[in-house]
Design a protein around this ligand. Sequence first.
Ligand SMILES: Nc1ncnc2c1ncn2[C@@H]1O[C@H](COP(=O)(O)OP(=O)(O)OP(=O)(O)O)[C@@H](O)[C@H]1O
Ligand SMILES: [Mg+2]
Length: 376
Amino acid sequence: MPIDVDRTLRILIVDDDAVDRRICRRALVHLEPTPVFLEAQTAGEAEKRLREQPIDCVLLDFRLPDMDGLELLGRINGYPIEHRVPVVMITGADDVSVAVEAMRHGASNYVVKDNDGRYQTLMPTIVQHALRERELHLAGWRDEQALERYRIDLSELAQRLMSTEKTTTRQLAQMLHDQLGQTLAAIRLGFDAITASCRATAAANAHQEAANAQRQAARLSELIDRAVREVRQVLVTLRPPLLDEQGLLAALDNELRAHPLARENVELRLEPAIAIARARWAPDVEYAAFMIAREAIANALRHADPGCVRISLDGDDRSLRLSVADDGSGIVFGVSRPGHLGIVGMRERALAIGADFVLESIPGKGTTARLEWRAA
Ligand SMILES: Nc1ncnc2c1ncn2[C@@H]1O[C@H](COP(=O)(O)OP(=O)(O)OP(=O)(O)O)[C@@H](O)[C@H]1O
Ligand SMILES: [Mg+2]
């Protein structure tokens, strides 16, 4: 049981010799907080006491009638960490090698019963030390537990955010396509009709106003074309084409072919492992991997001035490995860039699917973003 500083100290003395038990009690009676002593003459009795109530420290004689002390020590150390009790092994002067064994079996410390009784003066310090060590262990264990809980909470939160993002972008994409896209298409038809009629008017009357109207209509026509192109581009950004229908590899291939930042002197190379030609992963894994690759490629093209960007993809239905490597300038770390969220976003997307994400960069040599996902 965890040590509670507000309550008395419970010390269990496991020894079949009543005189030795009394010596232990006398040696420890001045400990702070005031100790309460419980006693057991056998290993069986000791285990019963440990089950019945919280004990802070066990003083364990090596020779017991029903079990040797090392075996009982092994059992106590098998308890779950939050119920583990520090054990101080007590051996006779002729059993010193047992002390060594006890330490190897996880005893907190040992006391050798020397004939002139000096061990009695050492005992309080040894027990206090064991208690402190136990408290430190427990504190470390609690911190680890808290950290693990925090990591799980964070991962769940990120997962929820990503899934909300996906739903929202889908809805937005749908609305843009179904509503704004349709409206623009209708405007296009309307203007085409007006332009045709202006042309006819101008031909018949050769009026200056008709010619002006015609020029304006031509200008508007260009704007409409541009709006249609922009809506298409927004749709591509919001909803990676081919990802749902044909999978990650096809979507990445498509992304590279039509990359808006691609330049002639930059080679964009997709290098899938042969075995994954038709591989598919869960939709959230494919989506996160695609968005991470998209950001890493965009970063390479925008910031690194690379000669080549290589995207490799590997894995099977239980794992996925993606890397985006450029041979450009490398990242200058340690510079604060508020509002630049690409790298943060890549990490969050990886966290949301329980994957590992690493960004490695060597100045002048380039940058590699690596994603590694394994099925739980
Ligand atoms: N592959 C790369 N090579 C060189 N520098 C890079 C690379 N990737 C990122 N960086 C540097 O790291 C910075 C942060 O990148 P991050 O993607 O977080 O933000 P950003 O690309 O500037 O903006 P955005 O929020 O639009 O992504 C960049 O501004 C750039 O200086
Ligand atoms: Mg970026």
